[in-house]
Design a protein around this ligand. Sequence first.
Ligand code: FAD
Length: 273
Amino acid sequence: MRTVPTRRSPTSTAASAAAKAALAHAEPTPFWLDQDGRPEPRPSLSSDATADLVIVGGGFTGLWAAIQAKEDDPSRDVVLLESGRVADGASGRNGGFVSASLTHGLANGVRHFPDEVHRLHQLGLDNHAGLLASLDRYGIDAQVERTGELTFATAPWQVAELAMGLSLHLRFGERAELLDAESARQAVHSPTYHGALWAHDGVALVDPARLAWGLLAAAASLGVRVQSPLFPPLLLTSRTLPISTPRSAPLTMSYTVRAATDAAVIASISTPV
Ligand SMILES: Cc1cc2nc3c(=O)[nH]c(=O)nc-3n(C[C@H](O)[C@H](O)[C@H](O)COP(=O)(O)OP(=O)(O)OC[C@H]3O[C@@H](n4cnc5c(N)ncnc54)[C@H](O)[C@@H]3O)c2cc1C
């Protein structure tokens, strides 16, 4: 095999220099997390702590689960372990769309889960309403805007699809309307759209960092102990976690609990050790 020497052309060198210059002042911190109020890392848990419920991961899943666990039983001793800073994971890096849909849209749900779609739809709405109610209950200012969702037609033939989407939303009892080309263009000032479907229910915009940080404050106010694990995160080697024990039995924490790196796994109640 012969190695072919590579040489950068003057054009690519200039392009690379231009790219470096363009990024020279870029901040590596995610947009939402780059604002005042970001909580510091939590203190470490001592190795022999005890708890009734251990939750691994300080993102939306873990934080809201911790709040609900305390609401369900205020005497329950809840520990939430976060190895970095709260909302450092996906919860602090997303688009800020809070959608009720568990199926990525009604049409998708009908296509893939025809028998369960009504149940899934209702669960999603309940979940959405529950989250927004929690924000109200704890006075969390996550900059919520109940916008609904606009779906645009970028080609004339898509307008008919929007009409089908409208009848689907109405069939599921949701408020929705069609916008003609002019109204769609007024909404977003784009000359390229041929129409839109505006579904009014089940979608809101939030500042996700403020949402997570507010949930953290709410959890702490209920007595949830939010701490960092003593050791660096363990990788999940199996989707099966060692969770088995009567709910009433106290748990002695050991670091045999394994957590996912990409999603908060509620490692809930483990066998006493
Ligand atoms: C680019 C992007 C855009 C997205 N846009 C949207 C959107 O617009 N709307 C939407 O609804 N969803 C969106 N999502 C998905 C959404 O952000 C996630 O579903 C949600 O944040 C997951 O929350 P989580 O709490 O489950 O996980 P995470 O927020 O990832 O939290 C997990 C936490 O666990 C911690 N952790 C991991 N392992 C351990 C361990 N062993 N010990 C202790 N702590 C540990 C991590 O540090 C992390 O903080 C988007 C995701 C991405 C990446």
